[in-house]
Design a protein around this ligand. Sequence first.
Ligand SMILES: CC(C)(COP(=O)(O)OP(=O)(O)OC[C@H]1O[C@@H](n2cnc3c(N)ncnc32)[C@H](O)[C@@H]1OP(=O)(O)O)[C@@H](O)C(=O)NCCC(=O)NCCS
Length: 289
Amino acid sequence: MRGGKIKIVIPENPDEFKAMEEIQKDAWNAEDITITPAHVLRAAQMANNCVYLAYVEDEPVGYVYGFFGFHDGKLYLHSHQVGVKRRYQNMGIGFLLKLKQREFAISRKIDLIRWTFDPLQSKNAYFNFAKLGAINREYIQNLYGEIKDELNHGIPTDRFYVEWYVFSQRVRDRVEKKVRPPSFENLEIPLATKTKKLKESMLVLGDYDTSLSEKLLAIEIPVNFTEMKNRDLKIAIDWRIKTRELFIKYFSRGYIVVDLIRSQDRKRCFYILCRESLEKILSENWWAW
Ligand SMILES: CC(C)(COP(=O)(O)OP(=O)(O)OC[C@H]1O[C@@H](n2cnc3c(N)ncnc32)[C@H](O)[C@@H]1OP(=O)(O)O)[C@@H](O)C(=O)NCCC(=O)NCCS
């Protein structure tokens, strides 16, 4: 495909909704029972929720699906899924789908889009925080119970419930690519996690510190959690249990996840947590502070 034309449309005919089932099976390596069926996607779109399909040339390759939510007397958009077929990932298609979703919200004067994701999936984390400018201050334990797909099988489905303030300066800076986080080596931020590499190059989390109080702190996560899970479920579960405690403790003390940064060789990933008002985080380029 490389170099092929990407087009994003509102799906209209039954074949397009069927294609979204196929994209899910491929993107999540999911069993039929775990996917959102075509008829639900069709109904959601019919009721004017947010459903877009991405094509490369004539092939449907990705989609985004969200519906309206209601909290504290206000409407927001809950984005249930974004998925791109494996061979088309890392080409910016997911990013374009989220931009379309942002336009959908903006044109309806909805300022907040939320979605859940597994905080140990570093790619999703980088996508959500570094590229899109979402923030997170909520941790949910085992939200769905067990899900039978490659990403989730065998592990409690803990989730961040991110907030994407689509009108904010922070989000504008990120989606217009005006601000990108520095690499980890260029920062002096205290680390709440001590990790070590096992022989088989598996990253293990040893000691961790829940009592740091600096304005910024970092929490390391593995760079390929799905592969780790397939190779050694015990190590993966250990990551889940320890990072669960870390995030819950820091969120309870007012920290907000504001970024996911990588090492220069991209082999290590670190969350950046910040203790600052949400207003300030959303309105300023805080890497310039
Ligand atoms: C998450 C997903 C939708 C992103 O779509 P995409 O088209 O691959 O995303 P993009 O190409 O716009 O961005 C991916 C970024 O992740 C980075 N990335 C890739 N692997 C990474 C890793 N292991 N750790 C950190 N970052 C990683 C890429 O470098 C890229 O950033 P860049 O553009 O700055 O180079 C897609 O990968 C997917 O379908 N995943 C499976 C389903 C899923 O998890 N959906 C989301 C939860 S509902």
